[in-house]
Design a protein. Structure first.
Length: 172
């Protein structure tokens, strides 16, 4: 699948924070990242399945993280699967990926990456979580990172794990 093709699902992107105006091309980056994640991981979904991405701020993500994960702090990306991983191929709604602007922007600066590249990485990471991928165990983390690296390469983004020792992604 070419990264320029439309996304394999109905992608709903909501800008919930004006802070995201710093990345006017966010929707295009997210669409390419979703397509790359599907292609590299071999993900299957109905063509009309909906995947929602919310561009939020740290406060909204902190609130959701506290409510749903009992972690009263912001994180870079949260995912909320709508169905169990074995049900995604036929589900009308796959789930939600929510990005926190301030945390994502800070990490991008610290890791010397562009904001767009980091958003693409975290979008791919979040989509993989919706399909049951995880990184709690070393072998799971290695498999998930390998897919992320290939998906990012598909859209012209360098291996995010090679440049510097990045802090671990905090979504689970």
């Amino acid at each position: 699948m070419s990264p320029d093709r439309p996304t394999p699902v109905a992608l709903e992107i909501e800008r919930d924070s004006d802070l995201w105006s710093a990345l006017p091309e966010a929707e295009a980056i997210i669409a390419k990242a979703v397509s790359a994640a599907f292609a590299e991981a071999g993900l299957l979904a109905r063509p009309d399945a909906e995947l929602a991405v919310t561009l939020a701020d740290d406060e909204r993500v902190r609130s959701l993280n506290a409510e749903w994960r009992a972690k009263d702090r912001p994180t870079n990306v949260l995912t909320f699967p709508a169905v169990e991983p074995d049900e995604t191929a036929e589900a009308p709604m796959l789930g939600d990926v929510i990005l926190a602007f301030e945390t994502v922007a800070r990490e991008a600066r610290e890791e010397q990456k562009t904001l767009g590249d980091h958003v693409a990485h975290l979008t791919i990471h979040g989509v993989l979580h919706l399909f049951g991928f995880d990184h709690l165990e070393d072998d799971e983390a290695d498999a998930m990172e390998a897919i992320e690296i290939r998906a990012l390469a598909r859209i012209g983004i360098a291996d995010p794990y090679a440049a510097i020792a990045a802090p671990p992604l905090t979504n689970s």
